[in-house]
Structures are given as C-alpha cells and as structure tokens.
Design a protein around this ligand. Structure first.
Ligand SMILES: Cc1ncc(COP(=O)(O)O)c(C=O)c1O
Length: 390
C-alpha cells in the first residue's frame, strides 16, 4: 500500500513544525533511493538473518487448536533477537541512518521492546543513542530499561502528561527539532508524519511476506490474519502481503478496563478524526478536541492514536478492528503459556484473546495470529495480578 502525496485516502500527511520538513524530505528521498538498491537490500537481509534470527517460523499450535476447535497458526516474532518484531524496523532504519551519514539516533519506547531493539542496533552500528520513555512505562517494564542502559543507551524518563508512550513520542519529536542535522528519529511504529508510516510498514512487511510464503508452500492461504494494534506496526507488516487477497484481516486494539473515556486505548472503536504527532488519523480525544487519557495493561498498546494506514483500511472496509479487555488478554496469556509452552507478550495476547473469545466465529477455520513478542518483559505486571482468578 503506497501513499499518494503522503496520504492514505484522507489520512496521514505531514503536520509538523517547519524546521522538520527538510529532514522529512531528506528521509523520504534517502528511503526511496535505498529501497531499490541491491547493496542496501542485501545488507538488510543479512542482518535480519544472521543477527536478528529471521526467518521466524509459523507454528501450528496444536494443543490450543484442539481445545478451541480452531486451526491456530502463530507467526513467531517472539523468537527474534531482543524478543519482538521491533528489531525488524530498528535494523532497517539503523542501516538507513548509516546511508544518510547521521551519527545519532533517538527513539521513543512504550513497552521497552522498541527501545531495546534500537539500543541493540545502535550498539552494533556504533551510533550515539537516546531513548525517551514515560516514567510509568519505565516502572512497569524495568527489565527493558536495564537492558537499554547496559547496551550503552541514555534512557531519558519523561514525567509530563500521562508519563507513557505518547509523552515519550512528544519528547523525542522535540529533541529531533533541535538536533535534526546529525540525528535520526527512529520511530517505532507506523505512526507520525509521512514518510514514517510507509518506512515502518516497509521494514515490517517481512512478517507478512514470510507468512504468505509459508502458507503458499502448504497450498492454501489462511482464512483470517489477526494482529494486535498499538500504533500498528506489527499489524500493518502482517497484513502487507494479504491486502490484495481475500483473506480477512483483523486488528485488535486494547479495550483496557472499559470503553469509557480514559479507560482504554481502543482508538478505532471510540476515537475521532484529528491531527496528532504529525499525522491525521483517528485519536482518543474529548469533545473539546483535547487528548483523552489512555489505559491498557500492556504498555505497547497504551497509545491514543493509530497509524494512518489502519485508519484508511478500516474506513475502506478492507480490515476490521476490534478490541479486547485487559482481563481477557490475561486469560489468553495464561492459556498459551499453559497449553503451548509459549509465554506471549501481553500485547500479542490481545490478538489471541479475540480468537479464543469469539471461538464460534472461527470454528474450523485457519487463523494466523502475529505473536509479536515474548512475555518475559511483562513479569512485573503479571506478578501484580492473580492469574488463578482470571
Ligand atoms: C510485543 C509488542 N507487540 C505489539 C506492540 C505494539 O506496537 P505496534 O502496534 O507498533 O506493533 C508492542 C509495542 O511496544 C510490543 O512490544
């Protein structure tokens, strides 16, 4: 899916301070030039293979499939180096940064998975690196904060707003405005001003491509492809090679504790159109167009916006977007752990939960779920809930 003048239908664009326009132009030009270069593609493939551990398997989860009467296939992004799909985009953009001749990388992080992926790529390629993280997220994802520091990255805690992902993005954008000449902002999801959503989707499209190749080798395509949606990078990467097929695409947002204002991150369920962090999309905002508080048990889904490609796919009717509440994500987390010996990230647990909780709709179908990450980062959260009661 390519944007037209930076827009996907009415969504996307570049709503940023004038000082950033030259940097976005330079980024777009560099990206369009390297994406066709054999040398760049070869380098990217080599790091993804030798360093990150691609291709990841598609695993037929026999036990949970039998229990629920659904053929559940898992795309195992959790097996990647650093534990989530975020490394695909971090490596791709780090190589792009090298080609642009910049020496410093900044990024935001929510769950810490993107932060760890960027800190890892920065260590390997020798960039100076600063990661912005909301102080509440830092508290709930402490192992990842420690990893980023070990990797030699400066972690700047953000104490403004809700002290979560959106505040970290705002802080990173502010840094970028002042340091744009030598700094690349390595954004972690398919959000922000054009060309970021396109770039992130491009680097994550490997998830969908490998998945499609796997099913083609079996001689059929899945009936459903399902992924969780925070900003939307694992989902858009997963959907990428299925958009022109008739496979049903479902994105699962965080319903938090309820759909009441401030208690969820279900942007496409209850949000309204607006401009936020450089792009036009759906947003969680009140009647005075002020950003609403957000909540999700998973730090990676705790974001009041959503990437413009998802807004477009939803309004065009090509993909369906649903939500799952915290306690049902915890239930799916427990089910996959106990039945398959795979501890999923709480983010990915949302995608599985939608399938389990709507089992009649999926009975007998082939359902491919993006297992976007592993759950060790979530132990701090899991310790605070009584899984016996879930
Ligand atoms: C494991 C995992 N899955 C999903 C997400 C959500 O991000 P996105 O919607 O960009 O895939 C995150 C974000 O940190 C994550 O860590």
């Amino acid at each position: 899916m390519r944007p037209h003048n930076g827009f996907y239908g009415p969504f996307g664009g570049q709503f940023v301070a004038e000082t950033l326009i030259p940097a976005l132009d330079e980024l777009e030009e560099s990206f369009n030039s390297v994406r066709k270069k054999k040398k760049f593609i070869g380098e990217m493939k080599r790091y993804l293979h030798d360093f990150a551990g691609r291709p990841t398997p598609v695993y037929f989860a026999k036990n949970i499939s039998e229990k629920y009467g659904i053929n559940i296939y898992l795309k195992r992004e959790d097996l990647l180096h650093t534990g989530a799909h975020k490394i695909n985009n971090a490596i791709g953009q780090a190589i792009l940064t090298k080609y642009m001749g910049k020496k410093r990388i900044i990024a935001e992080t929510g769950a810490g998975q993107h932060g760890v992926a960027v800190a890892t790529a920065a260590a390997m390629f020798g960039f100076d690196c600063t990661i912005y993280m909301g102080s509440i997220d830092a508290e709930r994802q402490m192992p990842n904060v420690k990893k980023m520091k070990l990797l030699g990255t400066e972690v700047k805690l953000v104490d403004t707003g809700l002290k979560t992902l959106k505040d970290a993005v705002s802080a990173a954008l502010k840094d970028w405005v002042f340091n744009v000449a030598h700094t690349h902002y390595l954004i972690g999801s398919a959000v922000g001003p054009h060309p970021f959503p396109e770039i992130v989707a491009y680097f994550q499209s490997v998830i969908g491509r490998e998945s499609r190749e796997y099913f083609e080798s079996l001689g059929f395509l899945p009936d459903f492809v399902i992924a969780c949606v925070g900003g939307g990078s694992n989902a858009i990467g997963m959907f990428h090679d299925f958009i022109t097929s008739d496979v049903k695409l479902i994105g699962v947002e965080a319903g938090g504790t309820s759909l009441n204002p401030g208690e969820n991150s279900a942007t496409l369920a209850v949000g309204k159109k607006g401009i936020f962090q450089g792009t036009l999309s759906y947003l969680l905002q009140n009647e005075n167009f002020q950003m609403e508080d957000v909540h999700s048990i998973s730090a990676g889904l705790d974001y009041p916006g959503v990437g413009p490609q998802h807004a477009y796919l939803r309004d065009r009717g090509r993909a369906e977007y649903v939500h799952v509440f915290d306690n049902r994500a915890l239930h799916a987390f427990k089910e996959l752990t106990g039945l398959e010996g795979i501890i999923p990230a709480l983010e990915s647990s949302h995608a599985l939960a939608f399938v389990i909780d709507n089992r009649d709709r999926f009975k007998g179908k082939n359902v491919l779920i993006c297992l976007s990450g592993r759950g060790d980062k979530d132990f701090g959260i899991i310790e605070k809930v009584n899984l016996e009661d879930i």
